[in-house]
Write a protein that binds this ligand. Structure first.
Ligand code: CO
Ligand code: ZN
Length: 343
């Protein structure tokens, strides 16, 4: 879990993934035969097999965050979101502003409840009302911070009970899973492309171009999915449950998984005794949505890690589900050269 901790704590908002990219490259160095970065910043590792099919495993590097869009005359920063944070979870969080001269720590400030009017108390908070307080005089803020500097939330990775928790498990846990799956696979005849994609949270953009460059026969996105197995949610609405295994996605708003590929994954899980659940996600999508539309079409699916509190800095994932996801992908890579996924 040491690697997952480093991945979770690394920084990189969409389009500005340099921090996490450096870490991913370092991790993939000795693990793949070829390593390159494309113009959108995707990191592409190739581990050669026997050239029987190209299989792409994709997980996104970017995390939701912000850009500085305005500096108030008092030195407070206004922010533009990159990806979908629920403003309710931003109140009272610690942040880092990534400037040319280094990282500046700060907090997300808001008006205290004591001075809110009755009306204001009833209204949900909006991002445009929030501001970042760097605890510095305005002149110093203006010297250090530029419009467009990126902002991430601070959070230490932790483990408790049977789970791990931290920021950006979406989708650093996916990166962890594909890296560990490649480490674990014994023999594979397919060529494996391990891709850490960029800009997923703003529209699957890195996946679009990396898929085109690789032109895989099979693409599997590895991402988190919602685990709504919490009080107040009926069983029918839970999507997935923590601890019930890796989730093989049937559909979300961006893709319908290739049914033959789903069947293959399900059969493998049963054969190997890997705990799995089937997932239907009404809203949201993964890189599979872009990858299936590459060139003349690609057999694509998503393997998900069930996660509670998605898009907060207390995302929670179960160690057993992470392990099951690694085991399933490693098993698939060994047999991925077989079979035809044309419908
Ligand atoms: Co996300
Ligand atoms: Zn994600």
């Amino acid at each position: 879990m040491e690697l997952l901790k480093r991945l979770s704590e690394a920084v990189g908002v969409p389009g500005h993934e340099e921090g996490i990219r450096a870490l991913v490259k370092e991790e993939l160095e000795g693990l793949v035969d070829e390593l390159r970065t494309d113009v959108l910043g995707n990191v592409i590792g190739l581990k050669r097999g026997k050239g029987q099919k190209r299989v792409m495993l994709a997980a996104h590097m970017d995390e939701i965050g912000f850009l500085v869009k305005h500096i108030e005359k008092e030195g407070f920063l206004r922010i533009e979101p990159l990806g979908g944070f629920d403003p309710r979870v931003l109140l009272a969080e610690r942040v880092l502003v990534h400037t040319r001269g280094g990282d500046l720590p700060g907090v997300v400030g808001s008006k205290p409840i004591h001075i809110l009017t009755e009306e204001e108390r009833k209204k949900p908070v909006e991002i445009k009302e929030l501001f970042i307080d760097l605890g510095l005089p305005a002149e110093e803020v203006k010297k250090a911070v530029r419009i467009g500097d990126s902002v991430t939330l601070q959070q230490e990775f932790t483990q408790f009970g049977e789970v791990v928790s931290g920021k950006a498990l979406d989708d650093r846990v996916g990166l962890y899973v594909i890296i560990e799956a490649l480490r674990r696979v014994k023999r594979h005849r397919c060529d494996v492309y391990l891709v850490a994609t960029t800009q997923e949270e703003v529209g699957l953009r890195g996946a679009h171009v990396s898929g085109f460059g690789i032109s895989p026969d099979i693409a599997i996105a590895v991402d988190v999915t919602l685990a709504c197995d919490v009080p107040g949610v009926s069983e029918a609405e839970q999507i997935t449950r923590l601890g019930q295994g890796t989730a093989i996605k049937l559909k979300d708003a961006a893709s319908i998984s290739n049914p033959r590929l789903v069947r293959r994954l399900v059969d493998l899980a049963e054969e190997k005794g890997i705990k799995y659940q089937l997932e239907i996600l009404p809203r949201g999508g993964t890189d599979a949505g872009a990858l299936q539309l590459t060139k003349e079409g690609v057999a694509a699916a998503t393997v998900s890690v069930p996660t509670r509190n998605v898009h907060t800095v207390v995302e929670v994932a179960h160690k057993g589900d992470i392990e099951a996801s690694i085991a399933l992908l490693a098993a698939f890579l060994e047999v991925a050269h077989e079979g035809d996924y044309t419908l």
